[in-house]
Design a protein around this ligand. Sequence first.
Ligand code: F6P
Length: 368
Amino acid sequence: RKKIAIMTSGGDSPGMNGVVRACVRMAIHMGCDPYCIYEGYEGLVRGGNLIRKMEWHDVRGWLSEGGTLIGTARCMAFFERAGRLAAARNLISQGIDALIICGGDGSLTGADRFRAEWPTLIEELEANGEYTADQLAPYRHLNIVGLVGSIDNDLSGTDATIGCYSALARICYAIDLIEATASSHSRAFVIEVMGRHCGWLALMAGIATGADFIFIPEKPRKDNWREEMCSIVEHHRKQGKRKTIVIIAEGALDREGNKITPEMVKDLLADKKGLGLDTRITTLGHVQRGGTAVAYDRMLATLQGVEAVKAVLEATPETPTCVIAINENKIVRKPLMQAVQDTKRVAKAIESQEFDQAMALRDTEFSE
Ligand code: F6P
C-alpha cells in the first residue's frame, strides 16, 4: 500500500485542519495509508512519534477546528543537509515516498529543494551502509505536492490561499466592533492588518467595511497622500460621518519605499492644526489568524486536499512538483516553482519600488 504523509508548515491558517482531514480520508478512500508529520519540518527531521499513521476517525471534527492540530514550527535543522538527510531517513524508515505540504511560499520552496536533493540523500544513505540498493529501489523518487495555506493571499497563481477568507471575515468583524465605539465618541481609528508584502487583506477589508482610506504595499499613494487622506476624511466628516476608519497593511510603504506606520497616520488625523480628531490605533495582530475557518476556506481545504491526493497518485518522476490552486472557481494543478518565483518577483518589485510591475504581477487587479 502506498504511504502518503501530510504536513502543515509555516504560519498556521484557518482551514489547515480541513486540508489534513481531506488528505487523510481521500488517501484511505484510494487504498493508501496516510501519515501525519507533526510540528512541520521539525517533525520530519526528528521523526519518531512525530510521524504517525492516521485512521479515518482521527480527523473527525477537524473541519471546525482553528489553527493546525498537527502543529507547525520553524526548523533551523532542515536548512542543513544533515537535517534533510535525517528527514529522508525518517520517511524511508516508515516506507513513505510521497509528501503533501500545506504552507506558505517559504515552506513550499523548502519542499521543492528537498525533492530536488532527494536522489543524493538516498545515495548517501546507501553509501553509509544504512540501506542496500535493493531496499532503496522503491524510494528513488520523492513525490511532493503543495497546498497553499496562508492568511495573506500572497501566492501568485492562485486566486485564494486557504485561510485568507477566514482572516478577512475576522478583520471585518473586528472593524464592525470598532465602528460602534468609534461612532459613539466620533473618533478616528487607524487599524493595522497583517499580510506581510501583500495588501489583499487590507484592500478587501477596506472595501468590505467602507473604510475612509487604505494603505497597501503594492500601490503606494501619491506623494501628496497626507493631504489626500485628510481632505477625504474631512469631506466624509462634513457629510455627517461620525467615525473614521483608516486601514494600513503591515507592509505599507510610501513611494520612496519608506514604511507608513499607524503612528504617522494617527498623528496626521489628530493634528490640532488639521483635522484634530480623537484618534486611536488598533493592531489586530494574531486575532486575524486564529479561530475556525469560514465556509469558503473549509470548502477550499477539502476540494484541494482531495486534488492533492489525486496529484500524488498520478505523478511520475518526470512531473514537476505541483501546487494545488484555484483559478476562476476551478481547482487546478500548477507548477510549484513558477508560483513561488512569481510571488518572489512581486516582493522584489515592491522592494525596488517598481510598483507598476508589482501590480501587474499580482493576480488581483487593483485600480485607482
Ligand atoms: O504569513 C502569515 C502572517 O500572519 C503574516 O501576515 C504576518 O506578517 C506573519 O505571519 C506573522 O508571523 P508570526 O506569527 O511569526 O509573528
